[in-house]
Design a protein around this ligand. Structure first.
Ligand code: AOF
Ligand code: ZN
Length: 344
């Protein structure tokens, strides 16, 4: 029974994807006599935590036999919001089931210990692997100070990735593309390519899903959350005509440039891009490459209008893939093999 309710927490937690910035996706359910009587989830960066959302909605008395389920250990620190442990104790929660321990060093088991010391019965971890998988980005940011990285590659049956003249080649089938949109693009906070891909292919880098999931706070208006689009552009070569900085989602594009000398043209380009809502981050370049720790810092650290990200799908060409592999910064690789052989 515990696994069933933790699964529901994970479903609720998923609704926060892309909205919680560099924080955790968390869902909570309150169960009485085997039935869910209240639900809540962490709806966005800086918003009340899942437990607090649930208890705000459920203002009635809590019985001593009620069980609160949550996929992440309740926090015991004062961050942007008060400690969840305090709220749970105040409201008289006597039994808690959690999915995984919080890797945040401010919590890291202390939330559970505190609740136990106050006489709350605490059970867990339950479905720990599933919970870790859902929050793999958050865990990576807290444990490794960098986002979770998935490399996505595509090649033909005979191992080719481009035409002989290096022009773009359609490799994957429509079915593979749909899968990649739904299970890769829509499940990462950001899609990353190098500027070479922008200049040669002018991709859209959006999620186009056959089964879009509406955003929780869009009133059904926004059909699909769009991930951030990150362009590694050391020399600031992205053209103003590129789709990622010109379409309706340009405010979800992050351009990472090196500390190059500004010219009149580059200043003007920056002005236009910022006017379109594009986020431009400058990261130091060391021996011709972006400095990794600085790049991660820029991406995971919230700043004005940007709440940080925790997971990236790298889609760029072979140069970008090698760049990530060489740095040992790859957590998962997905290889899509097209059906056609394009020999000749
Ligand atoms: C919970 N329930 O729903 C979430 C938790 O800056 P704050 O105040 O939002 O705190 C962020 C930290 O709180 C985050 O690193 C993680 O440890 C925890 N997130 N905890 O009990 C929640 N989202
Ligand atoms: Zn909390």
């Amino acid at each position: 029974m515990h696994t069933f309710f933790i699964c529901r927490c994970l479903e609720l937690a998923e609704k926060g994807r892309g909205l919680v910035g560099n924080g955790a996706m968390v869902g909570a359910v309150l169960v009485r006599d085997g039935k869910i009587i209240a639900e809540g989830f962490h709806e966005g960066f800086g918003c009340p935590h899942a437990e607090s959302m649930l208890l705000k909605k459920y203002e009635y008395n809590i019985c001593s036999t009620d069980i609160l389920y949550v996929n992440l250990e309740p926090c015991c620190h004062t961050g942007k919001t008060p400690p969840c442990t305090e709220i749970l104790l105040e409201r008289g929660i006597k039994k808690l089931v959690f999915g995984m321990q919080d890797p945040d060093e401010r919590v890291a088991g202390k939330g559970i210990a505190l609740l136990r010391s106050k006489g709350v019965e605490v059970i867990g971890p339950i479905l720990e692997d599933e919970c870790l998988r859902l929050n793999r980005g958050f865990v990576s940011v807290r444990m490794k100070s960098r986002p979770w990285i998935t490399l996505k590659m595509a090649r033909t049956i005979d191992g080719r990735i481009a035409n002989h003249d290096r022009s773009m080649m359609k490799i994957t089938t429509q079915q593979q593309d749909q899968w990649a949109h739904e299970f890769l693009r829509a499940r990462h906070d950001a899609i990353l390519v190098g500027v070479g891909t922008i200049l040669s292919d002018d991709p859209r880098l959006t999620v186009r899903c056959p089964h879009p999931r509406p955003l929780p706070r869009s009133g059904g208006g926004e059909r699909q959350r769009q991930p951030w689009r990150i362009v590694l552009d050391k020399n600031f070569e992205t053209e103003l005509s590129a789709t990622v900085v010109g379409d309706a989602h340009s405010s979800s594009t992050i351009l990472i440039r090196g500390e190059i000398k500004s010219t009149e043209d580059s200043i003007e380009k920056e002005r236009v891009l910022e006017g379109r809502g594009v986020t431009i981050l400058t990261v130091p370049v060391v021996r011709g490459q972006f400095d990794w720790p600085s790049l991660w810092d820029a991406l995971i650290t919230p700043q004005q209008g940007y709440n940080g990200i925790t997971s990236i799908l790298v889609e760029g060409g072979p140069k970008t893939w090698e760049f990530f592999r060489h740095a040992g910064c790859v957590d998962q690789e997905v290889l899509l093999i097209g059906k056609k052989s394009l020999r000749g």
